[in-house]
Design a protein around this ligand. Structure first.
Ligand SMILES: CC(C)(COP(=O)(O)OP(=O)(O)OC[C@H]1O[C@@H](n2cnc3c(N)ncnc32)[C@H](O)[C@@H]1OP(=O)(O)O)[C@@H](O)C(=O)NCCC(=O)NCCS
Length: 219
C-alpha cells in the first residue's frame, strides 16, 4: 500500500500473522457485540493506525468513529483505514501535506456480474478493458471505495458508485476518478476529481487516493 501513496504519508500495513490485538478503553464500545472476526480486523487496523500516529508524534490516541463510521483523527492529521482478506492497513498524513486520503483492499476475485451495472457507470462499461491479472469491475469497485473514503472526510456526504466515473491506466497502474454528482464543484474546497494508484498481489487488489493539500477549490 505504501508505494501507492505520495511522500509524507505514513503507511503501516500487516498481514494476519502479524496482527496486533488489544484496543484502548475508549475504543471498546465501537466493537461491543461485534463478531470475533470484526473485532480482530478492527483491532488490527486500529493498531496499524496507532503505529502510524506514533510516527507523526501522537501517542496513545483513541481512534473513535463518526456517524458514518469514518475514523476520527487528531486535529491536523488525516488518514484512512482498510481491512479484509487477512490484510489491514492505515495511511496517515499531516493535513499540511495531504488534504484527504482513501485506501482500500479487496479480494482479487470477480465482481458478480449481476452488480456490474450498480457499480460501473455506462461509460466505464463501454470502456471496460480486460486483464489476465485482475478483474476490472472489482478494481473499479475498490477504486470507488477509496474515493468515497477520501471524499467523505472532506465533504461529509454519501456518494453512490454511479456518481463517480473512473478512467483506468492499466499500463501505469493509475487512475483518475471524476465526480458526476451535482455536489461536485458546488461547495468551496471540494475536489471534483481524484487521482490514485493501484497494485495487485496474489489474492488482493489495493487502491489508494490522495488529495494534495494544495488542491484548489472546485467550481
Ligand atoms: C465505508 C466503506 C467504503 C468501507 O469499505 P469496506 O470495503 O466495507 O471495508 P474496508 O475495510 O475497506 O474499510 C473499512 C474502514 O473504512 C473506514 N470508513 C468507514 N466509513 C467511512 C467513511 N464514511 N469515510 C471514510 N472512511 C470510512 C473505517 O475506518 C472502516 O474500518 P473500521 O470500521 O474498522 O474503522 C463501505 O462499507 C461502504 O459503505 N461503501 C458504500 C459507499 C461507497 O463506497 N460509495 C462509492 C462511491 S464512489
Amino acid at each position: 500500500m505504501a508505494s501507492l501513496l505520495p511522500a509524507g504519508v505514513v503507511t503501516v500495513a500487516a498481514y494476519e500473522p502479524e496482527w496486533e490485538e488489544g484496543l484502548l478503553d475508549a475504543e471498546e464500545p465501537l466493537v461491543a457485540g461485534a463478531t470475533y472476526r470484526r473485532r480482530r480486523e478492527f483491532a488490527a487496523a486500529r493498531n496499524c493506525a496507532r503505529r502510524a500516529l506514533a510516527h507523526l508524534g501522537v501517542l496513545d490516541f483513541p481512534i473513535l468513529a463518526g456517524e458514518a463510521r469514518e475514523p476520527l483523527w487528531p486535529v491536523g492529521i488525516t488518514g484512512s483505514i482498510t481491512h479484509g482478506g487477512g490484510y489491514c492497513a492505515a495511511a496517515l498524513a499531516p493535513v499540511a501535506r495531504v488534504h484527504s486520503l482513501g485506501i482500500d483492499v479487496t479480494l482479487n476475485a470477480p465482481l458478480p456480474e449481476e452488480v456490474h451495472d450498480l457499480v460501473c457507470t455506462p461509460g466505464e462499461l463501454r470502456r471496460m478493458a480486460t486483464s489476465a491479472e485482475l478483474d476490472i469491475p472489482m478494481l473499479l469497485f475498490s477504486v470507488k471505495e477509496s474515493v468515497y473514503k477520501a471524499w467523505y472526510q472532506i465533504a461529509g456526504t454519501w456518494l453512490d458508485y454511479l456518481e463517480v466515473d473512473v478512467d483506468l491506466d492499466l499500463r501505469e497502474s493509475a487512475f483518475s476518478a471524476r465526480l458526476l454528482s451535482p455536489i461536485a464543484g458546488k461547495r468551496d474546497g471540494l475536489p471534483s476529481s481524484f487521482a490514485g494508484r493501484f497494485a495487485v498481489a496474489p489474492g488482493h487488489i489495493f487502491t489508494a487516493v490522495s488529495v494534495p493539500a494544495s488542491t484548489p477549490a472546485a467550481g
